[in-house]
Design a protein around this ligand. Sequence first.
Ligand SMILES: C[S@@+](CC[C@H](N)C(=O)[O-])C[C@H]1O[C@@H](n2cnc3c(N)ncnc32)[C@H](O)[C@@H]1O
Length: 289
Amino acid sequence: MIHRDLREQNRRSWNAVVGAHDSHRGDLAAFLREGGITLFPEERALLGKLEGKTLSHLQCNSGGDSLSLVRLGAAAVTGVDISDEAIATAGELSARTSIPALFERADVYDWLKETARSGRRFDIVFSSYGVVCWLPDLEAWAEGIAAVLNPGGRFVLVDFHPAAEMFDEHWNHARAYTSGGQPMLLDGGVGDYVAESEGGLTPAGFAQGVRGFENPEPCYLFRWGLGEVVTALGGAGLRILALKEYPYSNGERHFTDLRELPERRMVPPKGVPAVPLMYGICATRIGRR
Ligand SMILES: C[S@@+](CC[C@H](N)C(=O)[O-])C[C@H]1O[C@@H](n2cnc3c(N)ncnc32)[C@H](O)[C@@H]1O
């Protein structure tokens, strides 16, 4: 599998930042214990009814969304993430909330391969918000997802739209549309976007927490166009049931110059024409493999 060294570097960069992110999340355990759900309406609509379903949550980070899936009725949820720190935090959150879920630390490619080989299958595979940019090989990812879905099972993805990458912080069309997935080095590593979002990503309330975080570990992004994502899923035998594009970004402030609408929807300032800032996909596994 390609770029294992870069993915391991990304693991170090994520390990370094997870504590800073979590320091801003307020009392997430109390929020979840009291019935709070961290998922946004867009993924809830694409996921549909969860009662009795088995789910795998890929790139689950610190597990708030995974535990929310259980709260919404899923029969069993397995969260997977490459970061040791994120998985440790997710396990602690599960213990502190008494919401059961299985958390497995693994590179998503290794996990999909091993899970397919072992015969474990899921009704739904879910992944969201800043996930595709960590994947150096979309075909292997899509094939791996198709292989761990039960027949008729669904894959749900919500992610930031690559069109948003074309704009600079003043909303000038400054960069070409992304494609090809070539590695892009970020010397400053994974940043503290939870702090920068000033509450947009912390439904349990925003805590100041760690200030001025600087990541000593660089990271590598792999930037793909939306067509490449959809083509990889179709090529793996998944039928696209829905492809939604949203003119807002949930929670995350990619740019300083954003207006916040109700439900933590971030949009460009007045006078800037709408652009898609987020997309959602629901696809189903058809036939036998
Ligand atoms: C922006 S976060 C996703 C947000 C997450 N859905 C949430 O609810 O907070 C991206 C996650 O991808 C994980 N990741 C990056 N590369 C990975 C890989 N190769 N395999 C598994 N997880 C990976 C990171 O550790 C990080 O937790």
